[in-house]
Design a binder for this molecule. Structure first.
Ligand code: FES
Ligand code: FES
Length: 204
């Protein structure tokens, strides 16, 4: 291949500078931000400012776990954690969640493994049509993180913002109590082992 022909061409006159094209993000009702969801960063470019976090999770990021039922903060089916705080994602503007840690129901298990809460829900029959289930799973996960020994009343209070039209709540309550009791039993079995290890270290 030769470049001789190109060298013979006369110099082209300088082209005038083109004016900058407006960036989509510069439009008055659009913005760009980064969402951290379940440990992964997602760049949103030229998104409409009014999009809810629920909309962005489902329609832009392909995470359908949070459900869309009322879009008014009434049913809890869209529950997610934002910086560890339980919120209705239909009431949060996605653009305001930039730089915060968002956890959805998809991010609670380890890979494909179900959490103990998810297993208890399925084994006790607390899942019927399943529409309320992802929101309840996130809510129960949050409850047990904050309070490992909730009373029945505290469980009822915690899930009172999650509407379920199928189960009558009895089996949901049973599922939460099953996980609570199993975790407490595991912790009490682990405690003597840890105490023994400490004594041995002290003796050595
Ligand atoms: S869809 Fe968000 S609370 Fe109902
Ligand atoms: S299982 Fe159907 S709404 Fe709860």
């Amino acid at each position: 291949m030769t470049t001789a022909g190109r060298a013979d061409q006369p110099d082209q006159p300088d082209q005038p500078d083109q004016p900058d094209q407006p960036d989509q993000a510069d439009q008055p009702d659009q913005c760009s931000y980064t969402l951290s969801v379940n440990g992964q960063e997602h760049e949103l470019r030229g998104a409409w400012m009014g999009e809810s976090l629920l909309y962005v999770l489902r329609n832009r990021l392909g995470l359908p776990g949070a459900k869309n039922a009322c879009e008014q903060g009434e049913c809890g089916s869209c529950s997610v954690l934002v910086d560890g705080e339980l919120v209705c994602s239909c009431l949060v503007l996605a653009a305001t969640a930039g730089g915060r840690e968002i956890v959805t129901v998809e991010g609670l298990g380890a890979g494909e493994r179900f959490t103990d809460v998810q297993v208890a829900f399925t084994e006790t029959g607390a899942v019927q049509c399943g529409f309320c289930t992802p929101g309840l799973i996130v809510t129960v996960h949050d409850l047990l993180e904050r309070n490992p020994r909730p009373s029945e009343l505290e469980i009822r209070e915690a899930i009172s913002g999650n509407l379920c039209r199928c189960t009558g709540y009895g089996r949901i309550l049973e599922a939460v109590e099953t996980v609570r009791d199993a975790r407490l039993a595991a912790a009490s079995r682990a405690a003597p082992v840890a105490a023994g290890a400490t004594r041995q270290e002290g003796a050595g």
